[in-house]
Design a binder for this molecule. Structure first.
Ligand SMILES: Nc1ncnc2c1ncn2[C@@H]1O[C@H](COP(=O)(O)OP(=O)(O)OP(=O)(O)O)[C@@H](O)[C@H]1O
Length: 276
């Protein structure tokens, strides 16, 4: 039997980004069943839950890789439910993936430059009109952003390396760099530390905090590493079987009985994973 959903009426004006009663169906199965939740400007907001709970599907609905069967999505109080993926990116909602999605035969810096592509002044460039000063300003700005990303994520030493030759931990860092090149307002991170050793995990966690604090980026994070989630999240939303079963601050979630029993099924294991 599925646990009861936490139903609520959210006011889009209270959140930077919110989803309202989202349903997503595949082959007659609801993989998201009426989820409503919202992230406030400047938060680090985690979405957790067991395997197959619908976490990645939520991110895919937000950045429109998937089209929800019903429900609404708001950004800055504006209904963006019908926006296309590139419109979502242009709003400043950037994304990294569970598995690294980079051009492995290209250098680190070229991958970062591709991330910036979304903010090119398409009015000028797509018309094929060459305005010298506008183009120079655009290029200078892009260079400045690229350099500050390289600095922030400490990847100067690999900037000319082909991505495919780098260890997994560094590839994940480059993926983060490419998402940052969009100058995002909101960063959607899908399992950023999965597959990493302790040192790499600590590095990425520090970078997420730096991005959040220095760039003022709002972060939505999916992660199975409960140590990271509990340490850095302001609030946590818990999904199980496509339903939201809890939402709150880490301390509340850590001790929530429904979360503990749903999360891993076995209480003792759940207690140790959630640090309760
Ligand atoms: N394109 C698709 N077609 C059919 N089913 C899908 C598709 N994408 C996701 N699903 C199903 O939706 C459910 C939720 O998947 P999702 O990837 O969102 O889970 P998750 O919570 O991110 O899990 P994990 O922690 O294992 O990554 C799963 O049962 C999955 O098989």
């Amino acid at each position: 039997m599925q646990p009861p959903s936490v139903s609520e009426n959210l006011n889009p004006g209270d959140y930077l980004l919110s989803v309202h009663d989202i349903f997503l169906r595949f082959g007659g199965v609801n993989v998201l069943a009426g989820v409503s939740t919202g992230v406030r400007e400047g938060e680090i907001f985690a979405i957790i839950g067991p395997n197959g709970a619908g976490k990645t599907c939520m991110l895919n609905c937000i950045n429109r890789f998937y089209h929800p069967s019903s429900g609404k999505i708001f950004f800055e109080g504006r209904d963006i439910s019908r926006f296309k993926a590139h419109d979502i990116a242009a709003l400043g909602i950037a994304r990294t993936f569970q598995n690294v999605e980079l051009f492995k035969g290209m250098t680190v810096i070229d991958n970062i430059k591709l991330g910036r592509h979304v903010h090119l002044d398409t009015g000028l460039f797509s018309a094929g009109i060459y305005f010298g000063s506008a183009r120079k300003t655009e290029l200078a700005l892009r260079k400045e952003i690229e350099e500050s990303i390289i600095d922030l994520l400490e990847i100067e030493h690999i900037r000319k390396k082909k991505v495919g030759t780098l260890p997994y931990g560094l590839q994940k860092r480059v993926e983060l760099a490419r998402a940052l090149a969009m100058k995002p307002r909101v960063l959607l991170l899908d399992e950023p530390v999965t597959g990493m050793n302790l040192e790499e995990t600590e590095d990425i966690t520090r970078f997420i905090l730096d991005i959040h604090e220095e760039w003022g980026v709002t972060v939505i994070l999916i992660e199975h590493d409960m140590g990271v989630v509990m340490d850095i999240s302001d609030r946590i939303c818990v999904l199980d079987f496509g339903i939201k079963i809890a939402e709150g601050e880490p301390e509340e979630i850590r001790h929530n009985e429904q979360v503990i029993s749903a999360y891993l099924g076995e209480k003792d294991l759940a207690y140790s994973r959630l640090g309760a």
